[in-house]
Design a protein around this ligand. Structure first.
Ligand code: HEM
Length: 395
């Protein structure tokens, strides 16, 4: 049995070596959770899909345990029910109700209609960079504002009110904050959103908040909760991918060149970055609601299984040469956005933002390079979402 989830990385861009060993030798392994529970961890691609695709494994917040924190599960304390509208930690039928309401707003077509807006957002950030640098820290100047402005545009949150979401959004995924800070962050965001929802009820516009405000079946708390979940789930994640993905391009100038020259497709490059980097670094918890037999073991009702997405996405039985960044890789089905009922709602938006941002950044600054050695770039360890704290560059 593992005494704790392995979290130490030998290389900043590779998952912990111990998880890789397990994936090959013992892909379903007993794990002692920080709260004393004896549950499981899954590290192979095949078993990860089995668990995430099986509704006998629940996402209900009341049943979940974290593999890296003794009391916190995502935005809630262990055992607490999900805040109104936070359908990511609910099961059907509640989850289905919310998901149905939102799916139509996140289709590829809807997201493609946002392309000009996202291009304009990226262009304006590049312009600021060109005027103020070199050098520059790409995290605050590019990676954080681009997704923040994009989700605000989608929802209809005025750009000058985004500060509160940027400040608290990342906090909710941190392992270092206490319950009181989480609660006050959630309240601040919810209050701000309720004010905006009230405005949209009086004066509707062509944005997602207005569409949600029109739903008679939703309470104000539920509407604000949905909007908050979208902001929280979509900002920090995409920001981390933008910074880490840029780091990969700077460490591999040949890939940057291929994308810049159009020899590599931006679509494929983004899929490979999502697989290679798998930023949901401590995986996804699920709890069995009945006894389940899996890979010859009996998982008892009430036991939590943590699915290690980073290990599954480096499983060599699915992805040949998994540690290589291969922009022409064609193996589909990486688990960077999860799998099954809860697979990322905002994945088409995230893809579009990354495709546009990487291509425009590398073309605008063809000589872009790291301003410090890799070893000096501070990494995010005490956080559910992997990333870099700073990305100093020059050109
Ligand atoms: C590269 C960026 C992103 C990554 C890596 C990512 C990753 C994920 C993962 C792994 C899940 C599954 C969670 C689970 O099964 O428990 C998820 C769910 C979710 N994501 Fe994303 N995400 C990203 C961007 C976004 C964006 C841009 C939005 C919205 C604008 C978004 C909204 C959501 C929502 C609402 C859920 C919950 C879906 C459900 O429970 O049905 N995400 N995301």
């Amino acid at each position: 049995m593992l005494e704790a989830l392995p979290t130490a990385r030998d290389h900043p861009l590779d998952p912990p070596t111990e998880l890789r060993r397990l994936s090959a030798e013992e892909p379903l392994c007993r794990l002692l959770y920080p709260d004393g529970h004896v549950g499981w961890v899954v590290t192979s691609y095949e078993l990860a899909r089995c668990v995430l695709g099986d509704q006998r494994f629940s996402s209900r917040s009341e049943l979940l345990r974290s593999a890296v924190h003794p009391t916190r599960i995502a935005e809630v304390e262990r055992g607490e029910s999900a805040p109104a509208g936070f359908f990511a930690i609910m099961d059907p039928p509640e989850h289905t109700k919310y998901r149905r309401l939102l799916t139509g707003h996140f289709t590829v077509r809807r997201m493609n209609a946002l392309r000009p807006t996202i291009e304009q957002i990226v262009e304006s950030r590049l312009q600021v960079l060109a005027e103020t640098g070199p050098p520059a820290d790409l995290v605050p100047s590019f990676a954080l504002p681009v997704p923040s402005l994009a989700i605000c545009a989608l929802l209809g949150v005025p750009a000058d009110e985004r500060g509160v979401f940027e400040r608290y959004g990342s906090l909710l995924n941190s392992l270092e904050v206490d319950a009181a800070e989480i609660k006050s962050g959630m309240t601040a965001m919810s209050d701000c959103l309720k004010g905006l929802i009230g405005q949209r009820r009086r004066r509707p516009s062509d944005d997602l908040l207005s569409a949600l405000a029109r739903e008679d079946d939703l309470s104000e708390d539920q509407t604000a909760g949905i909007a908050m979940l979208i902001l929280v789930a979509g900002h920090d994640t995409t920001a981390s991918m933008l910074a880490l993905g840029t780091l990969v391009f700077l460490l591999h100038p040949e890939h940057a060149e291929a994308l810049r020259e159009g020899e590599a497709s931006a679509e494929r490059a983004v899929e490979e970055m999502l697989r290679y980097l798998t930023i949901v670094q401590y995986g996804l918890p699920r709890t069995a609601v009945e006894d389940v037999e899996l890979a010859g073991e009996l998982i008892r009702a009430g036991e939590t299984v943590t699915v290690s997405l980073p290990a599954a996405n480096r499983d060599s039985t699915r992805f040949p040469e998994p540690d290589q960044v291969d922009l022409s890789r064609t193996t589909p089905g990486h688990l960077g956005f999860g799998y099954g009922l809860h697979q990322c709602l905002g994945q088409h938006l995230a893809r579009l933002e990354m495709q546009i941002a990487f291509s425009m950044l590398l073309r605008r600054f063809p000589t872009l390079e790291l301003a410090v050695p890799l070893a000096e770039i501070p990494l995010r360890r005490q956080h559910m979402i992997y990333g870099v704290e700073r990305l100093p560059v020059r050109w």
